[in-house]
Write a protein that binds this ligand. Structure first.
Ligand code: HSE
Length: 429
């Protein structure tokens, strides 16, 4: 057992950082035994030094993260600041000074993952980021390592707890979006500005990271098609129930049938109640992976929160420290397939479309003809009429998204179609 400690710089000491520091202190002996050397918190870089931080030696606190990284004795930096800057510059500085990095920063990895992996690789250092996707759930390492001998064809996940909480409330209580969001805010699940969660930006960043790892290619945040869930209504849930479905905000990553390209998307979708993801309640996350040899795997657990996220960070810290002692590095970026990311229009799936139409002869035929003209085959139609108006729900067979968009555009132009109340994809069948 080596007695000289491995020194850790903690960059950021918010909800996650403070839990990382606490676990490093309270579990020091276990961490030492598991790593094979003591691991020491050597400095904590923060923005507000005056804030009281229980359990952290005030002498470790600094506002100068760069100086902490440059002082010459740091082995590993843990970046839990979040956002693009100053995190990106600090991680780059760490690599320039021979320091491996553990990061929980999904936004940065989804945007600049390629450059950061390249910098780590050139420096012969580790970049680990288990906590960046789905909090405590072991996912990055299983995909990168345990499934490295298999071929992943599809990943479908609930990777945002806030939106899952809101959708679960809407499902179980019949509440509308705003009412469910208010409850999520009151309980501390949703932030004061929930945009990143409810508009799908958070899930899209995680989708980009997962797609790159699953398909051994580069997927940038901008490659991910994104739709938020603010338009999902109580009526949509009622429709979903009639079909034996519920509604989830899903990240869906697929290898094309010909294997020549991939798609990455985030949007609300109906899934059958029999699908394992349908039973993921409250703010939990879950990721369903379909691999050629392994078959179907489901990873489930808390996707956010201080202690769960710190668990993933600590797991990475142990791995990076072990690598360091072995004078090795873990697996770097694997992007050898160089598969292009196809646009959303190429995605093939089923659709549930609710239309408000005039209830008079020929309307159904007109609507059906519009679908046929765009090559979209109808599976079921349900109509409910009242006072000369009708609500028409059409569920299609599988069709390219571009064909569905063309259909909807044409439907909107029909005099007899008063409005397109909702369009929802149907997945997981
Ligand atoms: N805001 C995210 C969520 C957690 O609700 O799942 C951090 O990614």
């Amino acid at each position: 057992m080596r007695t000289r400690p491995l020194k850790v710089a903690l960059l950021g000491c918010g909800v996650v950082g403070s839990e990382v520091a606490r676990i490093m202190t309270t579990h020091a002996d276990d961490l030492t035994a598991r790593i094979g050397a003591p691991v020491e918190l050597a400095g904590v870089a923060v923005r507000r030094p005056s804030k009281v931080r229980e359990g952290i030696d005030p002498a470790l606190i600094t506002t100068d993260a760069t100086a902490l990284l440059k002082r010459g004795d740091i082995d590993v930096a843990i970046e839990v600041i979040g956002g693009i800057e100053p995190a990106r510059t600090l991680i780059t500085t760490a690599f320039e000074h021979g320091i491996s990095v553990v990061s929980a920063n999904k936004a940065l990895l989804a945007q600049d993952g390629a450059a950061l992996h390249a910098a780590a690789g050139q420096a012969g250092l580790d970049l680990y980021y288990e906590a960046a996707v789905a909090g405590a759930i072991p996912l990055i390492r299983p995909l990168r390592e345990s499934l490295a001998g298999d071929k992943i064809n599809r990943v479908m996940g609930i990777v945002n707890g806030t939106t899952n909480f809101i959708l679960d409330k809407m499902d179980s209580t019949g509440a509308g979006y705003q009412e469910a969001l208010d409850e999520a805010t009151a309980l501390g699940y949703a932030e004061a500005d929930p945009t990143a969660d409810v508009e799908g930006y958070d899930a899209a960043a995680k989708a980009a990271i997962l797609a790159g790892i699953a398909f051994h290619t580069r997927v940038h945040l901008d490659d991910v098609y994104r739709e938020g869930m603010t338009e999902v209504s109580a009526a949509d849930f009622a429709s979903a129930k009639r079909m034996g479905c519920t509604i989830k905000l899903l990240a869906i990553l697929e290898r094309a049938a010909d294997g020549e390209s991939v798609t990455a998307r985030v949007h609300p979708a109906m899934i059958p109640l029999s699908h394992p993801l349908a039973s993921v309640r409250e703010a939990y996350n879950a990721v369903f992976v379909e691999a050629e040899a392994a078959g179907r795997l489901m990873f489930y657990g808390p996707g956010a929160g201080g202690a769960p996220t710190a668990s993933a960070v600590l797991g990475d810290l142990v791995a990076v420290c072990r690598n360091k002692l072995a004078e090795a590095t873990g697996p770097g970026e694997s992007a050898y397939t160089q598969l292009p990311v196809s646009p959303m229009g190429d995605v093939v799936t089923r659709y549930h479309i609710s239309l408000d139409v005039a209830d008079k002869p020929g309307v159904l035929a007109q609507v059906a003809t519009t679908f046929a003209e765009h090559g979209v085959s109808i599976d079921t139609v349900r109509q409910q009429g009242k006072d000369g108006e009708a609500s028409l729900v059409v569920v299609t067979h599988r069709a390219p998204d571009a064909s569905l968009s063309g259909t909807v555009e044409a439907l909107r132009k029909l005099d007899t179609v008063r409005g397109v109340a909702s369009i929802m994809r149907v997945e997981g069948e």
